[in-house]
Design a protein around this ligand. Sequence first.
Ligand code: CO
Ligand code: ZN
Length: 332
Amino acid sequence: MKFNSEGLKEITGIYGPSGHEEKVVAYIQEAMKDYVDEMTVDSLGNLIAHKKGMGPKVMIAGHMDQIGLMVTDVDDKGFVRFTNVGGIMMEVTIGQRFIFEDGRIGIVGREEKQAIEKSRLEHLYLDIGAKTKEEALGWVSIGDICVYYSEYVESEHTAMARAMDDRIGCFVMMEALKRLEKVENDCYFVFTAQEEVGTRGARTSAYRIEPDVGLAVDITLSGDTPEAKRFAVSLHDGVAIKVRDNSLLSHPKVNDRLIALCEKHTIKYQMEVLEFGGTDAGAMSLTKEGVPASCLSIPTRYGHSDHEVISKEDVEAAIQLLVKSLETPFEI
Ligand code: CO
Ligand code: ZN
Protein backbone atom coordinates (compact mmCIF):
# COMPACT_ATOMS: atom_id res chain seq x y z
CA MET A 1 0.00 0.00 0.00
CA LYS A 2 1.44 3.37 -0.99
CA PHE A 3 2.09 5.68 1.95
CA ASN A 4 -0.17 8.75 1.86
CA SER A 5 2.60 11.30 2.36
CA GLU A 6 0.48 14.20 1.19
CA GLY A 7 -2.25 13.41 3.72
CA LEU A 8 0.19 13.13 6.62
CA LYS A 9 1.92 16.36 5.66
CA GLU A 10 -1.42 18.16 5.53
CA ILE A 11 -2.81 16.91 8.82
CA THR A 12 0.40 17.55 10.80
CA GLY A 13 0.48 21.10 9.44
CA ILE A 14 -2.92 22.19 10.74
CA TYR A 15 -3.08 24.56 13.72
CA GLY A 16 -4.94 22.83 16.56
CA PRO A 17 -3.77 23.16 20.17
CA SER A 18 -5.97 21.77 22.97
CA GLY A 19 -9.34 23.52 23.01
CA HIS A 20 -8.84 24.91 19.50
CA GLU A 21 -9.31 21.84 17.34
CA GLU A 22 -11.83 23.38 14.90
CA LYS A 23 -9.50 23.48 11.89
CA VAL A 24 -8.59 19.82 12.34
CA VAL A 25 -12.29 18.97 12.66
CA ALA A 26 -13.06 20.78 9.39
CA TYR A 27 -10.22 19.00 7.59
CA ILE A 28 -11.27 15.52 8.75
CA GLN A 29 -14.97 16.20 8.05
CA GLU A 30 -14.20 17.14 4.48
CA ALA A 31 -11.80 14.24 3.92
CA MET A 32 -14.03 11.55 5.49
CA LYS A 33 -17.49 12.56 4.30
CA ASP A 34 -17.74 9.75 1.76
CA TYR A 35 -16.50 7.06 4.13
CA VAL A 36 -18.85 7.27 7.13
CA ASP A 37 -22.59 7.21 7.74
CA GLU A 38 -22.76 10.32 9.89
CA MET A 39 -20.56 12.83 11.66
CA THR A 40 -21.31 15.04 14.64
CA VAL A 41 -19.29 17.49 16.69
CA ASP A 42 -20.15 17.43 20.39
CA SER A 43 -20.12 20.29 22.89
CA LEU A 44 -16.49 19.78 23.88
CA GLY A 45 -15.31 19.74 20.26
CA ASN A 46 -14.90 16.02 19.62
CA LEU A 47 -15.63 14.87 16.08
CA ILE A 48 -17.64 11.63 16.18
CA ALA A 49 -17.74 9.73 12.90
CA HIS A 50 -20.12 6.79 12.91
CA LYS A 51 -19.70 3.84 10.57
CA LYS A 52 -22.63 1.58 11.24
CA GLY A 53 -22.36 -2.14 11.81
CA MET A 54 -24.48 -4.79 13.53
CA GLY A 55 -21.97 -6.02 16.12
CA PRO A 56 -20.71 -4.61 19.43
CA LYS A 57 -20.05 -0.89 19.77
CA VAL A 58 -16.38 -0.10 19.31
CA MET A 59 -15.03 3.35 20.01
CA ILE A 60 -11.77 4.23 18.29
CA ALA A 61 -10.12 7.35 19.69
CA GLY A 62 -7.27 9.45 18.32
CA HIS A 63 -6.67 12.97 19.55
CA MET A 64 -6.64 16.01 17.32
CA ASP A 65 -5.07 18.47 19.74
CA GLN A 66 -1.39 19.32 19.93
CA ILE A 67 0.66 20.86 22.74
CA GLY A 68 1.53 24.57 22.75
CA LEU A 69 2.38 27.71 24.68
CA MET A 70 -0.28 30.09 26.05
CA VAL A 71 0.43 33.79 26.46
CA THR A 72 0.22 34.87 30.11
CA ASP A 73 1.52 38.45 29.86
CA VAL A 74 3.76 40.79 27.91
CA ASP A 75 6.58 42.79 29.52
CA ASP A 76 7.50 46.44 28.94
CA LYS A 77 9.89 45.58 26.13
CA GLY A 78 7.40 43.43 24.28
CA PHE A 79 8.71 40.03 25.35
CA VAL A 80 5.89 37.55 25.73
CA ARG A 81 5.66 35.28 28.76
CA PHE A 82 3.78 32.02 28.57
CA THR A 83 2.60 28.89 30.30
CA ASN A 84 2.34 25.40 28.86
CA VAL A 85 -0.68 23.77 27.27
CA GLY A 86 0.13 20.08 27.68
CA GLY A 87 3.52 18.48 28.25
CA ILE A 88 5.99 21.10 27.04
CA MET A 89 9.59 20.15 27.90
CA MET A 90 11.95 23.00 28.57
CA GLU A 91 15.00 21.41 27.00
CA VAL A 92 13.37 21.02 23.60
CA THR A 93 11.64 24.39 23.72
CA ILE A 94 14.56 26.80 24.09
CA GLY A 95 15.59 28.26 20.74
CA GLN A 96 12.56 26.86 18.90
CA ARG A 97 10.19 28.75 16.69
CA PHE A 98 6.48 28.78 17.53
CA ILE A 99 3.56 29.94 15.37
CA PHE A 100 0.26 31.55 16.34
CA GLU A 101 -3.04 30.88 14.63
CA ASP A 102 -2.67 33.97 12.43
CA GLY A 103 0.80 32.94 11.28
CA ARG A 104 2.85 35.17 13.58
CA ILE A 105 6.09 33.51 14.62
CA GLY A 106 8.05 33.83 17.85
CA ILE A 107 11.37 32.45 19.07
CA VAL A 108 11.83 31.07 22.57
CA GLY A 109 14.63 32.71 24.51
CA ARG A 110 15.91 32.13 28.04
CA GLU A 111 16.78 34.46 30.89
CA GLU A 112 20.50 34.06 31.50
CA LYS A 113 20.55 34.83 35.21
CA GLN A 114 20.66 31.13 36.09
CA ALA A 115 22.39 28.08 34.64
CA ILE A 116 20.46 26.34 31.88
CA GLU A 117 19.94 23.27 34.08
CA LYS A 118 18.18 25.45 36.63
CA SER A 119 15.94 27.18 34.12
CA ARG A 120 12.22 26.56 34.23
CA LEU A 121 9.41 27.50 31.87
CA GLU A 122 8.88 30.71 33.86
CA HIS A 123 12.41 31.79 32.90
CA LEU A 124 11.65 31.56 29.18
CA TYR A 125 10.04 34.12 26.94
CA LEU A 126 8.85 34.44 23.38
CA ASP A 127 10.44 37.06 21.15
CA ILE A 128 7.86 37.92 18.50
CA GLY A 129 9.89 40.75 17.04
CA ALA A 130 7.99 43.55 18.73
CA LYS A 131 9.69 46.84 19.65
CA THR A 132 7.32 47.77 22.47
CA LYS A 133 4.71 46.25 24.75
CA GLU A 134 1.96 48.05 22.82
CA GLU A 135 3.16 46.67 19.53
CA ALA A 136 3.31 43.13 20.95
CA LEU A 137 -0.19 43.43 22.40
CA GLY A 138 -1.44 44.51 19.01
CA TRP A 139 -0.28 41.18 17.65
CA VAL A 140 -0.99 38.71 20.43
CA SER A 141 -3.49 38.67 23.30
CA ILE A 142 -3.40 37.10 26.73
CA GLY A 143 -4.64 33.54 26.31
CA ASP A 144 -3.50 33.09 22.70
CA ILE A 145 -1.78 29.77 22.02
CA CYS A 146 1.13 29.12 19.68
CA VAL A 147 2.40 25.73 18.51
CA TYR A 148 5.73 24.40 17.20
CA TYR A 149 6.69 25.69 13.80
CA SER A 150 8.58 23.23 11.61
CA GLU A 151 8.61 21.63 8.19
CA TYR A 152 7.39 18.15 7.36
CA VAL A 153 10.29 15.91 6.32
CA GLU A 154 10.14 12.40 4.92
CA SER A 155 12.76 9.77 4.09
CA GLU A 156 12.50 6.30 2.60
CA HIS A 157 11.43 4.74 5.89
CA THR A 158 10.50 7.57 8.26
CA ALA A 159 8.51 10.77 8.49
CA MET A 160 9.30 13.69 10.79
CA ALA A 161 6.87 16.44 11.80
CA ARG A 162 5.45 18.44 14.64
CA ALA A 163 2.15 17.20 16.10
CA MET A 164 2.73 13.63 15.01
CA ASP A 165 1.26 13.27 18.52
CA ASP A 166 -1.46 12.58 17.70
CA ARG A 167 -2.26 13.50 14.13
CA ILE A 168 -0.61 10.19 13.24
CA GLY A 169 -3.42 8.53 15.22
CA CYS A 170 -6.02 10.56 13.31
CA PHE A 171 -4.20 9.63 10.09
CA VAL A 172 -4.27 5.89 10.92
CA MET A 173 -8.02 6.13 11.64
CA MET A 174 -8.69 8.01 8.41
CA GLU A 175 -6.67 5.60 6.27
CA ALA A 176 -8.47 2.69 7.96
CA LEU A 177 -11.85 4.27 7.20
CA LYS A 178 -10.90 4.56 3.54
CA ARG A 179 -10.05 0.86 3.37
CA LEU A 180 -12.96 -0.48 5.42
CA GLU A 181 -15.89 -1.72 3.42
CA LYS A 182 -18.29 -3.69 5.56
CA VAL A 183 -17.75 -3.52 9.32
CA GLU A 184 -19.00 -6.20 11.68
CA ASN A 185 -18.80 -3.86 14.65
CA ASP A 186 -20.77 -0.67 15.22
CA CYS A 187 -17.84 1.71 14.84
CA TYR A 188 -17.50 5.15 16.37
CA PHE A 189 -14.36 6.88 15.18
CA VAL A 190 -13.83 9.68 17.64
CA PHE A 191 -11.30 12.37 16.82
CA THR A 192 -10.92 13.68 20.33
CA ALA A 193 -10.29 17.13 21.76
CA GLN A 194 -8.14 18.13 24.74
CA GLU A 195 -6.21 14.89 25.24
CA GLU A 196 -2.98 16.69 26.04
CA VAL A 197 -4.54 18.41 29.05
CA GLY A 198 -5.93 15.22 30.60
CA THR A 199 -7.84 13.02 28.10
CA ARG A 200 -10.90 15.24 28.45
CA GLY A 201 -12.50 14.68 25.06
CA ALA A 202 -12.30 10.90 25.31
CA ARG A 203 -14.01 11.06 28.68
CA THR A 204 -17.07 12.98 27.50
CA SER A 205 -17.41 11.20 24.16
CA ALA A 206 -17.13 7.75 25.74
CA TYR A 207 -19.85 8.75 28.19
CA ARG A 208 -22.10 9.55 25.24
CA ILE A 209 -21.28 6.51 23.13
CA GLU A 210 -21.14 3.87 25.88
CA PRO A 211 -18.80 1.60 23.92
CA ASP A 212 -18.44 -2.15 24.48
CA VAL A 213 -14.76 -1.91 23.54
CA GLY A 214 -12.35 1.02 23.38
CA LEU A 215 -9.30 1.31 21.16
CA ALA A 216 -7.08 4.36 21.22
CA VAL A 217 -4.53 5.13 18.54
CA ASP A 218 -1.69 7.27 19.84
CA ILE A 219 2.05 7.60 19.87
CA THR A 220 4.39 6.00 22.36
CA LEU A 221 8.12 6.48 22.88
CA SER A 222 10.89 4.41 21.36
CA GLY A 223 13.81 2.88 23.21
CA ASP A 224 16.07 2.54 20.19
CA THR A 225 18.12 5.73 20.21
CA PRO A 226 21.74 5.82 21.52
CA GLU A 227 21.82 5.22 25.29
CA ALA A 228 18.04 5.57 25.52
CA LYS A 229 16.16 4.60 28.66
CA ARG A 230 15.38 0.91 28.67
CA PHE A 231 12.14 0.47 26.76
CA ALA A 232 11.43 -2.53 24.55
CA VAL A 233 9.78 -0.62 21.73
CA SER A 234 11.64 0.35 18.56
CA LEU A 235 10.92 2.12 15.33
CA HIS A 236 10.37 -0.27 12.38
CA ASP A 237 9.42 -3.19 14.67
CA GLY A 238 5.71 -2.79 13.99
CA VAL A 239 2.60 -1.43 15.68
CA ALA A 240 2.94 -1.49 19.48
CA ILE A 241 0.11 -3.11 21.41
CA LYS A 242 -0.11 -1.40 24.77
CA VAL A 243 -0.08 -3.53 27.91
CA ARG A 244 0.03 -0.66 30.36
CA ASP A 245 0.69 2.98 30.97
CA ASN A 246 -0.21 5.06 34.01
CA SER A 247 -3.80 5.47 32.88
CA LEU A 248 -4.55 1.94 31.76
CA LEU A 249 -4.11 -1.77 32.18
CA SER A 250 -5.21 -3.03 28.78
CA HIS A 251 -7.90 -5.69 28.88
CA PRO A 252 -6.22 -9.07 28.26
CA LYS A 253 -9.06 -10.26 26.02
CA VAL A 254 -8.72 -7.22 23.80
CA ASN A 255 -4.97 -7.66 23.57
CA ASP A 256 -5.22 -11.41 22.92
CA ARG A 257 -7.50 -10.64 20.03
CA LEU A 258 -5.17 -7.96 18.63
CA ILE A 259 -2.21 -10.34 18.87
CA ALA A 260 -4.15 -13.17 17.22
CA LEU A 261 -5.08 -10.87 14.33
CA CYS A 262 -1.44 -9.81 13.88
CA GLU A 263 -0.36 -13.45 13.82
CA LYS A 264 -3.10 -14.45 11.39
CA HIS A 265 -2.49 -11.62 8.94
CA THR A 266 1.30 -11.38 9.42
CA ILE A 267 1.17 -7.85 10.73
CA LYS A 268 4.38 -6.82 12.49
CA TYR A 269 3.76 -5.99 16.16
CA GLN A 270 5.52 -5.50 19.49
CA MET A 271 4.25 -5.24 23.06
CA GLU A 272 4.47 -1.95 24.91
CA VAL A 273 4.92 -1.51 28.66
CA LEU A 274 5.10 2.23 29.27
CA GLU A 275 6.06 3.22 32.80
CA PHE A 276 4.38 6.61 32.73
CA GLY A 277 1.97 8.73 30.70
CA GLY A 278 -1.60 8.11 29.67
CA THR A 279 -3.85 8.00 26.63
CA ASP A 280 -7.49 8.21 25.64
CA ALA A 281 -7.63 4.44 26.22
CA GLY A 282 -7.33 5.08 29.95
CA ALA A 283 -10.24 7.50 29.89
CA MET A 284 -12.40 5.08 27.89
CA SER A 285 -11.58 2.18 30.22
CA LEU A 286 -13.02 4.06 33.21
CA THR A 287 -16.28 5.05 31.56
CA LYS A 288 -19.39 4.20 33.59
CA GLU A 289 -18.93 0.62 34.85
CA GLY A 290 -15.71 0.16 32.88
CA VAL A 291 -14.90 -0.59 29.25
CA PRO A 292 -12.38 -3.18 28.01
CA ALA A 293 -9.78 -1.11 26.22
CA SER A 294 -6.34 -1.07 24.67
CA CYS A 295 -4.21 1.17 22.51
CA LEU A 296 -2.49 0.76 19.17
CA SER A 297 0.67 2.77 19.65
CA ILE A 298 2.97 4.23 17.05
CA PRO A 299 6.61 4.14 18.23
CA THR A 300 7.89 7.71 18.06
CA ARG A 301 11.25 9.35 18.64
CA TYR A 302 11.46 12.80 20.26
CA GLY A 303 7.84 12.92 21.44
CA HIS A 304 6.49 16.37 22.32
CA SER A 305 9.19 18.13 20.30
CA ASP A 306 8.90 20.03 17.02
CA HIS A 307 10.18 17.00 15.12
CA GLU A 308 8.55 13.74 16.13
CA VAL A 309 9.81 10.81 14.06
CA ILE A 310 7.79 7.74 13.10
CA SER A 311 8.35 4.71 10.87
CA LYS A 312 6.11 4.46 7.82
CA GLU A 313 6.04 0.65 8.13
CA ASP A 314 4.81 0.86 11.72
CA VAL A 315 2.04 3.20 10.61
CA GLU A 316 1.03 0.81 7.84
CA ALA A 317 0.97 -2.04 10.39
CA ALA A 318 -1.30 0.03 12.67
CA ILE A 319 -3.70 0.74 9.79
CA GLN A 320 -3.85 -2.94 8.87
CA LEU A 321 -4.44 -4.01 12.46
CA LEU A 322 -7.20 -1.46 12.93
CA VAL A 323 -8.92 -2.56 9.71
CA LYS A 324 -8.74 -6.25 10.66
CA SER A 325 -9.97 -5.48 14.19
CA LEU A 326 -13.11 -3.80 12.91
CA GLU A 327 -13.93 -6.20 10.09
CA THR A 328 -14.69 -9.06 12.44
CA PRO A 329 -16.96 -8.73 15.50
CA PHE A 330 -15.40 -8.28 18.91
CA GLU A 331 -16.29 -10.95 21.45
CA ILE A 332 -15.89 -9.62 24.95
CO1 CO B 1 1.15 13.91 23.76
ZN1 ZN C 1 -0.90 11.74 22.21
